[in-house]
Design a protein. Sequence first.
Length: 284
Amino acid sequence: MNSKGIGVPESRELARIAEIAARATGDRLRGAFRSRPEVAVKRDFHDPVTEHDRAAEETIREVLAEHTPGSVVVGEEGGTRGDGEGAPAGAVRWYVDPIDGTANFAAGLPFFCTSIAAVAGGEVVAGVVYDPVRDDMFTASLDGATCNGEPIRSAGAAEDRTGVIVTGYPNARELKRAGDAALRDYARLIESFATVRRPGSAALCLAHVAAGWSDAAYGTSVNAWDVSAGLLLVRRAGGTYLPLGGEPGGDDWDAPGYVACVGGFDLAGSVLSEIAGLAPAGRP
């Protein structure tokens, strides 16, 4: 499938394929959940992986290869495949996280998901975030966003004092880099927002902002497979997604950080705007 001139019908078809690929992992992940699988680590002990991450990604790759031959797949576990001489110009590029929230999955906490997004023509054109425990399928294409086939709207609180923010900040890398300053910023979030939660999956947090189940989300040290589907969900549901720290002119999904919020939320007046380096709180 070529990315030039991609429209709504093609976007919907890519979203349908992503749904098939995500659902193909469901039985395995539900069956392994709360089995306390053996955990290995990648960069450090904060970055776990299980055999189910790798197996789920291979299943997804097989489905995508069947339905979109010649496409490129960038996966968290298996890296980039299909980007060699055989890949046609303008091939669809898939970003795959087989289990976003592996630490939760491995421990038995029911907050993890599979995230799959399609990039074509220089933009994210389709994406799904699948919660296998609840069997919730969040789907976005160029003409909207749904959860289990029903349209969703990113709406909720208008300000910090009534809002729920979901975040992984500060993580271990932020603490190492910024030290006490990161802890002070986290304390400001706790003081300013009605509720702060650290659920442990960026993709599922973004899906919840898209659905209006959380009001804001803030992340640092993320990868494209963590946020590419979620950013489209938020935007197509009427919310705001802003990339943070990316290269000038770079793609939104490649930025290492993000701020997201429901439509109508006063981001300019939020303490989050200042902490994330967007603008001093209270200023447009």
